[in-house]
Design a protein. Structure first.
Length: 289
């Protein structure tokens, strides 16, 4: 399938990209990995008159720790995340997540920023970023602003990014000692979007009591869901089997799935409960190491 005609623009700096986005307004779209946008254009779901390809902007692809954050650049590909020694050693939840996104071919091009900016509740990074308490750096005509991830997803396929803003960096607080996380996803076949998935990140104190819990849910509502009641329930409790079971039930209660070709809503709620149990149990194991 061939997309409708469009004008192709290729800025080499962020200010130039912002200027082009301002100039063409609603008619322009940013192109990064193209793994969501191009299929949508082929299906005529998106018809931008201008594509602003940001791939040639230098210095936007990195994974590094700085000033208390893991910083992921706005053009960092999934494959780069998977190859990062830092991610391997300290952020296994990110590795869990990247590994279950599509297939290696897609991951060679798809960017983490594009995965978030697309605003698709079926995408995998949003739940993980909710669990990790990430921050989004948006750069526009007035410079940079930082958006907490829980304010980022507004409605289906819509985010807090404003017209002309580029997602230039993702910031994840460096987990303290006794921090651990995990992402569990059920998909119908390898490479598919989630029937449901759960991300959990916990910080424990020396006696195993939860200091902070983050739980994010994938593809069980119109936007990625932060299971706040479950997080609040866990804080101050020992992360044992009973606490995990109760938190998993609360996470399932927070889900708002609809019945579709991936299964009935009740089945998906049950799935969230089971996946939350597994994600929290694995997070607890990793935090204890
Ligand atoms: C076969 C297939 C299977 C897939 N399976 C999965 C899956 O299992 N899980 C999953 O999570 N994803 C999956 N995806 C989606 C994939 O991860 C996408 O690449 C990702 O959602 C978008 O990233 P991108 O860099 O390709 O963005 P693009 O397609 O280039 O852009 C997507 C949207 O985000 C905007 N955008 C992109 N970058 C920025 C930026 N830096 N600042 C502001 N706006 C920006 C674009 O304007 C566009 O509206 C799949 C894709 C394919 C083709």
């Amino acid at each position: 399938m061939i997309p409708p005609p469009f004008e192709y623009l290729r800025p080499s700096t962020i200010p130039e990209a912002i200027r082009l986005l301002q100039q063409h307004g609603d008619e322009a779209k940013i192109l990064s990995g193209g793994q969501s946008l191009i299929p949508m254009m082929k299906l005529r779901i998106a018809r931008p008159a201008y594509l602003v390809d940001i791939n040639r902007i230098a210095g936007l692809s990195y994974v590094k720790e700085e000033s208390g954050f893991l910083k992921i650049g706005g053009l960092t590909r999934e494959a780069e995340l998977e190859a990062s020694p830092l991610v391997h050693s300290k952020y296994p939840i990110l590795l869990d997540t990247a590994h279950v996104i599509a297939d290696p071919q897609v991951r060679n091009l798809a960017t983490v920023a594009g995965n978030l900016a697309h605003g698709d509740p079926a995408n995998d990074h949003p739940a993980t970023m909710l669990a990790l308490g990430a921050q989004i750096v948006a750069t526009g005509t007035r410079g940079e602003r930082v958006i907490p991830i829980e304010e980022f997803f507004v409605t289906l396929f819509s985010t807090a990014l404003q017209q002309g803003e580029i997602l230039t960096e993702i910031r994840i607080p460096v987990p303290p000692a006794h921090g651990g996380g995990a992402y569990f996803k059920l998909e119908r076949k390898v490479g598919d979007f989630a029937t449901a998935a759960v991300a959990a990140q916990v910080t424990l104190d020396a006696s195993g009591v939860v200091q902070r819990a983050g739980i994010g849910l994938t593809n069980v509502g119109p936007i990625p869901i932060k299971a706040k009641t479950a997080e609040d329930f866990l804080r101050g409790r020992k992360l044992d089997g009973a606490a995990i079971a109760k938190a998993a039930q609360l996470a399932a209660d927070a889900s708002q799935p609809s019945s579709d070709l991936r299964g009935p809503a009740e089945y998906k709620k049950g799935l969230v409960k089971e996946l939350a149990k597994r994600a929290l149990s694995r997070a607890a194991e990793r935090a204890a190491k």
